[in-house]
Design a protein around this ligand. Structure first.
Ligand code: SF4
Length: 724
């Protein structure tokens, strides 16, 4: 028999927020290869190790061993799950949800979603939860990723809109990387920076990070900033810029407000004080201030080092202050550009898929915005009470306030901080539904119902990357087993809930389930219409136009193409059109090190792994770079405390403990530790001295969060180390 022809389908990589385009090769309904899309402006054909091995995570063997292929029901906690049909599973879920809502109110349910869902998935869930169920308890793992960047942009520029674009990497004369190991976390963008530096050796690269990472190897100047002191460092840089006369007074006068208050605030951020508290040299601070302010164009690239912090919003805003004070914004090569951790954290925010947001970048706290969304959805009102954000949601479930948790495409039993609380939440909830592509996640073990979802190569819809670029995601093969698209599951649940919660009324969810492309397009069109007049207006971007290639927002009606750079006219998204300087004071870490817990532990990504490893962990070759969990420690600390490289130790915080092998690492300063975030209990199992199971790296981390963005402080935990 002749083999079927190989098909090629354009889509995107499902890993990081660079949002690379891929071409998926398939034959006989199976994915057989992947290559970079040479026409996609995010990567021009290049892929990193993770992207280039995607097809190997979709083989028949991986599918059989790791995928969730049919709905499963767990009849008792701890029991093996047994198969159940889709109709029965959704009927049961809707019945239990309706009972909990009737008995305890809408706020007794919580939905926890993912920055890896597509925009259409997010839209359907947001409408289901806020429009039908009537609660704002919908949050996502983007809270752990980008919420401080969102709050920082809104506080200063007036909207959640990254002003710069990838092309600015080639146009910049100075690039300031802060709290970002882009070499590992955003590899294709980093390759682009390497190429730009090679083409223009005069380009200055400054890297500020508590670790001397691979990213720092490209730096002309490395600032080993002490954990949690970034706001003070930025204030110190502004102090120097003021002192040296490197401020753009015309830009400040014409386009901003609030500079006098900030000027008063940074008076105390003297070079001596900043150098001492941030662990930096005064000469390096002066050099950084000079390059940043005096370069013809300065671009800042930043990520979780600023975001995952109890002062995350202040850190983001303090960096943006520097761009505004020096006029380094709204020009080619100049501006702040937050690097998105996940592939569609941006798209999720665009449709309002978080506890404090509504469709089209609207704010839940704004009554006019709530009324606009209610009119759009055809409902009397959107609830006004703020929803629970990620940490708050699991704390409320652990306390018994939230009784049902619906978790889609994310693994909080590994990724959330303070795992003991998360475990209590998952054990106490009356109903835990996990909607997932993979059967192997830690969270799946806690589910009463497991609903199989489609994943990369099967999904249909759109995503938005870090530079506001919207790309089509296309299916190259049919869904594996009985998996359904995430939006299909949300819509089918919603339609069942409607018969219980608003019987006899016209449906709010009139989307075709099949063909899936029609349903996805209908959801996209509704989202698109909701953006009219908003900062992200995409009324000029039709589905057909998107078929021709990705576009950046905004692209309002009549625009020939999307906009690559924002604020080029110096008019910002604030009521008066002026950017606002943020004068938040520097606040030290929420859990400082002390004599009992003398080390500062930070977490981060490995080059070749992704999140909880549900996909990358299926592929042996992706372990070659880092085969096992390791706790990195400076050799001086090892010597002083009598530890040896390769020794098994117990690392404890105020919340939990884990056992792990030490690795000597002089990329760190003394008293600082690093461990990758990916390793779960499968790799770090066993029991602690208290007899409790050891839960992976997030057994240690803390739930403290930024008061504005509610993003938890995953980049610092005070810990101690003992011999085992
Ligand atoms: Fe995928 Fe990110 Fe690598 Fe691009 S850089 S191939 S989006 S993981």
């Amino acid at each position: 028999m002749r083999a079927a022809p190989v098909t090629q389908t354009r889509s995107t990589c499902p890993y990081c927020g660079v949002g690379c385009g891929v071409i998926i090769e398939a034959q006989d309904g199976r994915i057989t290869g992947v290559q970079g899309d040479p026409l996609h402006p995010a990567n021009f054909g290049k892929l990193c190790t993770k992207g280039s091995t995607l097809h190997l995570t979709a083989t028949a063997e991986v599918t059989r061993q790791a995928r969730l292929l049919q709905p499963l029901q767990r009849l008792a906690r701890g029991a093996q799950p047994v198969p159940i049909g889709w109709d029965a599973a959704l009927d049961q879920a809707s019945k239990q949800l309706a009972r909990i809502i009737t008995d305890h109110g809408s706020d007794a349910v919580g939905f926890y979603l993912s920055g890896q869902l597509l925009t259409e998935d997010y839209y359907a869930f947001n409408k289901l939860v806020k429009g039908l169920i009537g609660t704002n308890n919908l949050d996502t793992n983007s809270r752990l990723c980008m919420s401080s960047a969102v709050a920082g942009y809104k506080a200063t520029l007036g909207a959640d809109a990254p002003p710069a674009c990838y092309e600015d990497i080639e146009r910049a004369h100075c690039v300031f990387l802060v709290g970002s190991n882009a070499a590992w976390a955003h590899p294709i963008l980093f390759r682009r920076l390497e190429a730009a530096k090679a083409a223009n050796p005069a380009m200055k690269i400054i890297v500020a990070d508590p670790r001397r990472t691979d990213t720092a190897s490209l730096a002309d100047l490395f600032l080993p900033v002490a954990p949690g002191t970034d706001v003070l460092m930025f204030q110190g840089l502004l102090h120097l810029m003021l002192w040296e006369g490197w401020i753009d007074h015309h830009y400040i006068a014409d386009h901003t407000t609030g500079f006098d208050a900030l000027k008063r605030l940074v008076r105390d951020a003297t070079p001596e004080r900043v150098a001492q508290e941030c662990g930096l040299r005064e000469a390096d601070l002066l050099q950084a201030a000079r390059w940043f302010a005096q370069s013809p164009a300065t671009l800042s690239l930043y990520c979780q080092g600023l975001n995952q912090s109890s002062s995350g919003t202040a850190k983001n805003a303090a960096l943006i202050n520097l761009h505004l004070a020096t006029g380094q914004i709204g020009r080619p090569g100049a501006g702040p550009l937050s690097l998105t951790g996940q592939p569609n954290a941006m798209g999720g925010r665009e449709v309002g898929g978080m506890a404090n947001l509504l469709s089209g970048h609207r704010d839940l706290a704004n009554a006019a915005h709530r009324a606009e969304v209610a009119a759009l959805w055809g409902i009397p009102a959107v609830p006004s009470a703020p929803g629970k954000t990620a940490v708050e949601m699991f704390e409320a479930a652990a306390d018994g306030e939230i009784k049902a948790l619906w978790i889609a495409c994310t693994n909080p039993a590994q990724s959330m901080p303070d795992q003991r609380t998360v475990q209590r939440a998952l054990e106490r909830a009356e109903l835990v539904v996990v909607q997932e592509a993979f059967a192997t996640t830690e969270t799946a073990r806690h589910a009463h119902l497991l609903l199989p979802a489609t994943t990369w190569g099967e999904k249909i819809g759109t995503v938005t990357n870090s530079e506001r670029r919207i790309s089509r995601v296309r299916a190259a093969v049919p869904a594996a087993g009985a998996a359904r698209h995430d939006w299909q599951i949300a819509v089918q649940l919603a339609q069942r809930l409607e018969t219980r919660l608003r019987p006899g009324r016209p449906t709010l969810f009139p989307y075709a389930i099949e063909p899936a492309s029609a349903g996805a397009q209908a959801l996209w069109e509704e989202h698109r219409a909701s953006t009219a007049g908003r900062d992200l207006d995409i009324t000029g971007l039709s589905w057909e136009r998107l078929e021709q290639g990705p576009q950046q927002w905004p692209m309002p009606h009549g625009a020939a193409q999307g906009q690559s750079r924002l604020y080029t006219d110096g008019v910002f998204s604030t009521p008066d059109g002026r950017a606002r300087f943020d004068a938040s004071p520097y606040r030290p870490l929420s859990e400082p090190v002390d004599a009992r817990y003398p080390f500062s532990l930070t977490t981060g990504r490995l080059r070749d792994q992704w999140h909880g490893m549900s996909r990358t962990g299926t592929l042996g070759r992706l372990f070659a770079h880092a085969p096992e969990p390791r706790m990195h420690m400076h050799p001086q600390d090892m010597q002083r405390r009598g530890f040896a490289d390769g020794e098994l130790v117990q690392v404890s915080s105020r919340r939990g403990a884990l056992r792990v092998v030490l690795q000597a690492d002089d990329q760190l300063a003394p008293t600082r530790l690093f461990m990758a975030m990916h390793w779960g209990s499968e790799f770090l199992g066993g029991r602690g001295e208290d007899g409790q199971p050891l839960l992976g790296i997030n057994a240690l981390t803390q739930p403290a969060f930024c008061p504005v963005s509610k993003q938890p402080e995953l980049k610092h935990t005070a810990v101690k180390i003992a011999k085992v």
